[in-house]
Design a binder for this molecule. Sequence first.
Ligand SMILES: *Cc1c(COP(=O)(O)O)cnc(C)c1O
Length: 338
Amino acid sequence: MDDSKRPTLRAPAALLAEGLIDADARAAIERVAERYAIAITPDVLDAIDRADPADPIARQYVPTAAELETTPEERADPIGDDSHAPVKGVVHRYPDRALLKPTHACAVYCRFCFRRETVGHGGEALDPAALDAAIGHIAATPAIREVILTGGDPLVLSPRRLRDLIERLSAIEHVDWLRVHTRVPVADSGRVTPELVEALKAGKTIWVAVHVNHARELTPAALAACAKLVDAGIPLVSQTVLLKGVNDDADTLDTLFRALVKNRIKPYYLHHGDLAPGTSHFRTTLDDGRALMRTLRGRLSGLAQPTYVLDIPGGTGKIPVQPDWFDADGRPISPLKV
Ligand SMILES: *Cc1c(COP(=O)(O)O)cnc(C)c1O
């Protein structure tokens, strides 16, 4: 069916009608929906395997009652965005690069999102005055060499607004390149139109980081959208969140990272799950992640290896998490034997 005629599912009643949740779960899901936004696009709906009760795609997008359980270590602002926001919409934690969040809306809402307390739920876009102030701050801060558009998902902006933003940022002399973090090519591929691609190319060099967690998200439509960007000369990297029950095994990650490289997308980061509220059912341990990275090192091209990173709670920043490569006696461990 023509996707433009199919609605994005947002209400628990719509999830029930599609058979994505059970009738007896509805009351709990209504409570989840009061707190966290829900959106499942036709692309995502098509990728869900209804026959699999543990489907890794459904698990990422279909709300569950487990989200109502917040553990003591979880926090509304897990990586300390707020404490590094010099003006509204900007997060400046590392000297040479800053985040600009032009919108808090996304095409889809991931159940594990670390910004789940701020995305969705109305009032999404920065108003023109706030956007002016944000761009003004970047223009007045020569240390900022890279602007990373994130949010929300910047690719839900209209191509006209995106082009305007990219042109304004590109006019700042000390900004060398731009980057966009997005789930749109994978989750709402119809938005990747020729107009959107042209908008992305309207300024300085732009890199696109696509968020993808499972190879089955790379449907023909998703891959076609990514190919449009790469064919237009836009370099693509990926970011993946390590998620229990979605991709926390070596075979799943192996398949995903190979598929990305094959489709001209360089695996960039594998993120350890952040301490976002109501996400403990997704979190693995750091030791699980390190063991996975050690296994992958032995069997996967270096091109297909992302850096496994932990964002330290509170705003200290991202650090790479490395497996141990030496045994207790200090002898190197061959990755081929683990
Ligand atoms: C993740 C992040 C970045 C980008 O970090 P890279 O390592 O360059 O990908 C920049 N600023 C903030 C605040 C971030 O959280």
